[in-house]
Design a protein around this ligand. Structure first.
Ligand code: SAH
Length: 395
């Protein structure tokens, strides 16, 4: 096995068991290692620090699989990590009737670069790092033995794979082809999920709780669901007794699927208006028309992919939140989110506060929101905490 030696002044994060080693921290690699191959990670003094995957193309040169010198990286290791992740989800006793959740949340479940989502009997995998790619077949084999699903499908078509010199890849990994749309149960509602072409692995599982909370604020309300995707919040708002939901998304396919989800749950489709287009423009149009709503949900895509995009992202969040505050009736409620991991919760809250101020609205935070508990955050991996949200009441 090749050996990676870490510079003495760069040991701190590994000692804290952070699983990433950046290229600048690596003093040298001794021996030949292919991209994705496992290497031993040592200090200049030869002390064992961990065992991880080598990725020469990435800024993150090493991703640690294990900090335990006795632990070999092979089928038994992956079996153990999958069992741990599976057991955690079982112990959570998620709501009855729920048939979809995240089974493996990458670094936070001790499996850097590996995401596995469950949609009923269909499991969907994403392998986003060279190490995950190297062990792909082993992981799929172990996953199949452990969970005995009908289908394991791959959605390794993430942008980040290019940073690891990996081409996108999608397709069947095990079992039978998934249906065109997989039906799941969540929060007492039914949803159709497009695991082949949908965003991420098909559904924004991380918003499960928050969607259900929205139902509580929707009774008799006129709701504006901005960035609605396949209607996750729309369906919950209708369940909560909304009078009207206006949903905005740039994707016509997403809105079409949202329509099907509304019908699937037996709700009156005439209570929902779809607007396909750019949310920034449509919100401005509503402002100019003097439209008002009782409940607004803002769940935008990730505005900041990297640190240098953060200032622009902050302006984007400020803009949509300012417009939303203007559109809310007194006594109305705003659900506002950011899934940019780079944006700290405190700064997000400040942006929302500035937006309320500029809109000349008084508001208070009722609740702070996060990703669901099936998206755990490794204590050694704060980057795993990315989704934050606020419920604000406007006076
Ligand atoms: N709330 C959703 C998830 C939203 S994901 C749920 O619970 O399932 C973000 C959505 O924003 C995507 O569907 C994407 O198509 C849409 N989107 C991205 N940029 C947009 C823009 N400028 N205007 C409108 N929609 C946009």
């Amino acid at each position: 096995m090749a050996i990676a030696t870490i510079k003495t002044e760069r040991l701190k994060s590994l000692k804290r068991r952070h699983p990433w080693v950046f290229s600048g921290a690596v003093a040298r690699i001794k021996g030949a290692a292919q991209p994705g191959e496992t290497v031993d990670i040592l200090s200049e003094q030869g002390e064992f620090l961990g065992r991880g995957a080598y990725s020469p193309a990435s800024q993150i040169t090493l991703r640690v699989w294990s900090f335990d010198e006795q632990e070999e990286i092979g089928p038994a290791f992956f079996r153990n990590r999958l069992e741990r992740a599976w057991e955690l989800r079982r112990s959570l006793r998620l709501e009855p009737g729920l048939t979809a959740c995240r089974l493996v949340n990458a670094e936070s479940d001790g499996l850097p670069g590996v995401v596995i989502d469950r949609y009923g009997e269909t499991l969907v995998c994403q392998f986003s790092s060279a190490g995950a790619e190297w062990w792909r077949e082993t992981i799929v084999e172990q996953l199949e033995e452990l969970t005995r699903p009908k289908t394991i499908y791959e959605r390794s078509d993430l942008e980040v794979r290019s940073k690891e010199s990996l081409a996108p890849r999608c397709g069947l990994l095990y079992g039978v082809e998934p249906p065109e749309l997989v039906e799941i149960g969540e929060g007492g509602c039914r949803y159709l999920v497009d695991v082949r072409r949908g965003h991420k692995t098909g559904f924004y599982l991380d918003q499960r709780h928050n969607r259900q909370l929205a139902a509580r604020f929707a009774h008799g309300a006129e709701v504006l669901n901005v960035f609605s995707y396949s209607g996750g919040f729309t369906v919950q708002a209708l369940k909560g007794g909304a009078n009207l939901v206006v949903q905005i998304d740039a994707s016509a396919a997403a809105l079409e699927l949202a329509r099907r989800n509304i019908l699937l749950n037996g709700f009156d489709p005439s209570a929902v208006i779809d607007l396909c287009g750019d949310a920034f423009q449509l919100l401005r149009r509503f402002r100019d028309e003097g439209r008002r709503f009782d409940l607004i949900i803002l769940d935008p895509p990730k505005f900041a992919e990297s640190r240098h995009q953060l200032p622009g992202a902050c302006r984007g969040y400020k803009d949509i939140n300012l417009l939303a505050f203007r559109l809310l009736r007194p006594g109305g409620t705003l659900f506002t989110f950011s899934c940019s991991g780079m944006l700290e919760p405190d700064l997000f809250q400040k942006i929302v506060a500035d937006a309320a101020l500029d809109a000349d609205r008084q508001a208070a935070i009722v609740t702070r929101l996060f990703q669901g508990e099936d998206h755990p955050v490794g204590l050694n991996f704060p980057e795993g905490s990315y989704l934050k949200g606020l419920i604000c009441r406007v006076f």
